[in-house]
Design a protein around this ligand. Structure first.
Ligand code: S3P
Length: 452
């Protein structure tokens, strides 16, 4: 393969162990730390910097497998990337029409659905062909949701029954599109915005509910003619994107594990710093507070067009809630860890309208229900959600559970081990490196007992 490896550019994080054990924690979690940079924003910072005219300066870029796959792909498409001594990146863009074909015509997206779906939008508009491929999990994920609208724009994409690899043919140009998306998906929305941007045509996308809006915020900061009303976004053909200068805040989806851990481990008090609390991402805080979780939002400010804050979390007595279906898109990645909190919340926590969980890095409903059953929790599974029968004061059974190569399920099961009758051993934990290579180090710093 000729595509660049991540470590041609950066010191790559150490491989994650395939089995990790968390011990019950009686002393409480304590401390103050900043989780890693936001994954969604990091992917976009790399891609939008590639497409800008000039040099972007990005601080806080997430060094994890998924985002480094995107960065390596941007380099293969022509971006110049260098890292300063304090870890900041400078990314020299090639402009909206200056991309070059990757050397052997293929790009490895690893485990990342965001990398594949966003870059498919960029590549569908190019005058060269390219293949996008990924690992076994990514090769089973649905791509018809982007292929269909891209084909309506005139793109030519071949897939294997709607799944990767994607063979994206060269094009002489795409047509404008006004698209009504059947799913609330920021990946679909961003893919189409990128296809419109790179082919110089107008695009509008309406969703059933507003999905995360990082692309819209970044494009506005780069001078694109973009407007948003309710859950519709309109992008008028844009000739030039200005380079970015931004500090990427910490990822609420990564912070979620320490947040839930501090709520459920007695005698805990932690502070997580500089967290992105973008309203399209922060529903977990609303859900946990509605469950009785003590979460204080402090030092709110704005950073690179995104709302950020420090969060102070104390151990709390939790009660069950019905999660309103309209909250689902705003916490779509946090359901595995919410299920851990719900197991210790008095009553039945109900989630519906979350069928999207079945097409993430794993079928997260089925993987979490299986693992929770092993850990002694009563859960009922539905096509689009679950009911969890929780009890205050409950302790998970110790034992072995499989994270099925899904980073968020693996980290969620490990958090359960902190409130268990015996250690919890989780297999399939290598995938934690896709989003949060420092997870073990951060949890140890808070007082978790971990064996790797
Ligand atoms: C993401 C969007 C969400 C989310 C994923 C990251 C993004 O996926 O689950 O982890 O960065 O755009 P969908 O667009 O499929 O909802």
């Amino acid at each position: 393969m000729c595509i660049p490896k991540y470590h041609d550019y950066f010191e790559y994080p150490e491989a994650m162990s395939s089995t990790i054990v968390f011990n019950p924690c009686s002393a409480g979690l304590r401390g103050d730390f900043q989780p890693p940079g936001d994954k969604s924003i990091s992917h976009r910072a790399a891609i939008f910097s590639l497409l800008a005219d000039g040099v972007s300066e990005i601080r806080g870029f997430l060094r994890a497998e998924d985002t480094l796959a995107t960065l390596a792909a941007c380099v293969a498409l022509g971006a110049g990337v260098s890292e300063d001594q304090s870890g900041g990146l400078t990314i020299t863009g090639v402009g909206l029409s200056g991309l070059s074909a990757p050397k052997d015509g293929r790009l490895d997206m690893g485990n990342s659905g965001t990398a594949m779906r966003l870059l498919a939008g960029v590549l569908a508009a190019q005058s060269f062909s390219c293949e996008l491929f990924g690992d076994a999990s990514l090769s089973g994920r649905p791509m018809a949701r982007i292929i269909r609208p891209l084909e309506q724009m005139g793109a030519d994409i071949e897939a294997q029954e709607g799944c990767p690899p994607l063979l994206i043919a060269a094009t002489a140009g795409l047509q404008p599109l006004a698209y009504q998306s059947p799913v609330a998906s920021a990946q679909v929305k961003s893919c189409l915005l990128l296809a419109g941007l790179c082919s110089g045509v107008d695009i509008s996308v309406c969703e059933p509910a507003l999905s995360r809006d990082h692309s819209e915020r970044m494009l506005a900061a780069q001078g694109a003619a973009i407007s948003v009303a309710d859950s519709c976004v309109e992008l008028t053909a844009t000739a030039v994107l200005q380079p970015l200068k931004m500090n990427i805040p910490a990822d609420i989806s990564s912070a979620a594990f320490a947040i839930v851990a501090a709520l459920i481990v007695p005698a805990s008090e932690i502070t997580v710093r500089n967290i992105s609390i973008n309203p399209t991402r922060a529903r977990l805080i609303d859900a946990l507070r509605a469950m009785g979780g003590e979460i204080e939002v402090l030092n709110t400010s704005e950073q690179g067009g995104e709302a950020v804050a420090d969060l102070c979390i104390r151990s709390s007595s939790l009660k069950a809630i019905d999660v309103p279906p309209e909250w689902v898109p705003g916490m779509i990645d946090e359901f595995p860890v919410l299920m851990i909190a719900a197991s210790l919340a008095d009553g039945v926590t109900r989630v519906r309208g979350a069928a999207e969980l079945r097409v993430k890095e794993s079928d997260r409903i089925s993987v979490m229900v299986d693992g929770l059953n092993t850990l002694g929790v009563t859960v009922e599974e539905y096509a689009d959600g679950f009911d969890i029968h929780g009890h205050r004061g409950f302790r998970f059974n110790g034992g072995c559970v499989d994270g099925h190569g899904d980073h968020r399920c693996a980290m969620s099961f490990l958090v359960a081990g902190l409130v268990s009758t015996a250690p919890v051993k989780v297999s399939g934990t290598e995938a934690i490196a896709t989003s949060y290579p420092a997870f073990i180090e951060d949890m140890r710093r808070l007082g978790a007992g971990v064996q790797v």
